[in-house]
Design a protein. Structure first.
Ligand SMILES: Cc1ncc(COP(=O)(O)O)c(C=O)c1O
Length: 421
């Protein structure tokens, strides 16, 4: 394969026009949409409209007239289409961490009500830190045990009659490994446990089927593959068979059944509405809606199934080229496509950080994650199929090869660590 072949793949790609939905700096190869999606071209005008008309002119009337109060559900219904959920089942609210707290607490409450013996939260040792920290906090609060399973094969074995909840992230943030949601949900269900799925690295990147795959609860990020902007609000989904029983602990006024009655006693809204807590961040929600719309724009072109096929082709190309040009880096992402998200991770025990800084200096933006204890550090490359081109995958591997061949990573400026990696 040649660079011209990569360009030909882009020319023949029916999804290629979707890239024009974003403002991306010219000449940059952006492979960090798994951390922060790019800015939708529609977002500045929409935010100006919210600022200059809805806020400046409409003032408080915009809660009703501009539909601000409905935004958590309106954007939630759009995200629901991307994760295999129904309308009215998902809301946008708070951060992923806060939503994890809400659903994990609700799930623990339901499990304890079913059987007081169910006192174990099962998760993975390598889960994203916020998932682990929230689970630690709730385990301490509820007097539960937190059981950390090792490699994916051990997860089902960690479930037993004491399990209350299985908490998993569908696509691992370090390796990009994709869990089999259907199989693991079935294993949890067979053990009598509820499932909580963190979709941070899967929503908007690949087809997610919460109903079909037997999930009970799910949360996810707005700022990664949903392109909602830095610190975009997150989403929360609860299976409708649980939603009216689930007791979420952050009983805020906007999760009340009738918030404008201003009743002194809390009465939860029916269904998912109770998972809203306080006043929604309208500017952030407006930007998130623009981001979600960029993913929905793929629907007439085959939607997430087509995007998934493209991201696999992109990651396949990058994996092959990187193996050839950067053999000093080991592949940390599963080669098996059914086990791979939209990200490729390469590892090295020592030089991961300076190699990534040297790549960024060449205009190829990925990121770095410190390895798990005893494991090598990770260089992450996200292949968000909405806007990443085949030639980007080709060029990224070529630059990586150059950085290593010329030992550019040795330059002292690339050793300097920054606050955000
Ligand atoms: C798997 C996972 N969960 C949660 C988060 C972040 O949660 P929050 O939106 O609360 O910062 C991340 C951020 O990278 C993540 O990778």
């Amino acid at each position: 394969m040649t660079r011209d072949d990569a360009l030909a793949l882009d020319a023949a790609d029916p999804l290629a026009p979707l890239r024009a939905q974003f403002t991306l700096p010219p000449g940059l190869v952006y492979l960090d949409g798994n951390s922060l999606g790019p800015c939708p071209a529609a977002a500045p005008a929409r935010l100006r409209q919210v600022l200059e008309q809805e806020w400046a002119q409409g003032l408080i009337s915009s809660w009703n007239q501009a539909g601000w109060i409905d935004l958590p559900r309106r954007v939630g219904d759009k995200i629901a289409r991307l994760v295999g959920a129904g309308a009215g089942e998902l809301v946008v609210a708070d951060s992923t961490s806060v939503n994890l707290y809400k659903v994990l607490s609700a799930a623990l409450g339901m499990a304890a009500a079913a059987s007081p013996r169910r006192r174990v939260i099962v998760t993975e040792r390598g889960n994203f830190p916020t998932d682990l920290y929230i689970a630690q906090s709730l385990a301490a609060e509820h007097g539960c045990e937190l059981r950390l399973a090792g490699p994916p094969g051990e997860i089902a074995a960690a479930l037993d009659e004491h399990s209350a909840v299985l908490l998993l992230t569908q696509v691992d943030y370090r390796s990009g490994r994709l869990h089999d949601m259907a199989a693991l949900s079935a294993a949890a269900q067979a053990a009598g446990a509820l499932t909580v799925w963190d979709l941070a690295h899967s929503a908007g990147a690949l087809p997610v089927a919460l109903h079909r795959d037997g999930a009970d609860f799910a949360v996810g990020c707005g700022y990664k593959y949903l392109n909602g902007g830095p610190g975009a609000p997150a989403f929360v989904w609860v299976h409708p068979r649980h939603a009216d029983q689930a007791r979420q602990p952050l009983a805020g006024w906007l999760g009340h059944a009738a918030p404008f009655d201003f009743a002194p006693a809390y009465a939860p809204a029916p269904g998912i509405g109770r998972f809203v807590c306080g006043t929604p961040p309208i500017l952030s929600l407006a930007a998130l809606e623009c981001g979600v719309d960029t993913v929905l724009a793929a629907e007439p072109l085959g939607g997430l199934a087509a995007l998934r096929a493209k991201s696999l082709a992109l990651t396949r190309l990058f994996i092959e080229r990187a193996a050839r040009l950067a053999p000093a880096l080991a592949l940390a992402t599963p080669l098996e496509e059914a086990r791979r998200g939209a990200q490729v991770s390469l590892s090295h025990p020592e030089i991961g950080w300076p190699v990534m800084q040297a790549l960024i200096a060449r205009g190829v933006v990925g990121d770095f994650r410190a390895g798990a204890p005893g494991q090598p550090d990770i260089l992450r490359f996200g292949f968000a199929p909405l806007y990443t081109r085949f030639v980007d995958a080709w060029d990224a591997a070529a630059h990586l090869g150059q950085v290593l061949a010329h030992e550019e990573w040795r330059r002292p400026e690339f050793a300097r660590r920054q606050a955000v990696t």
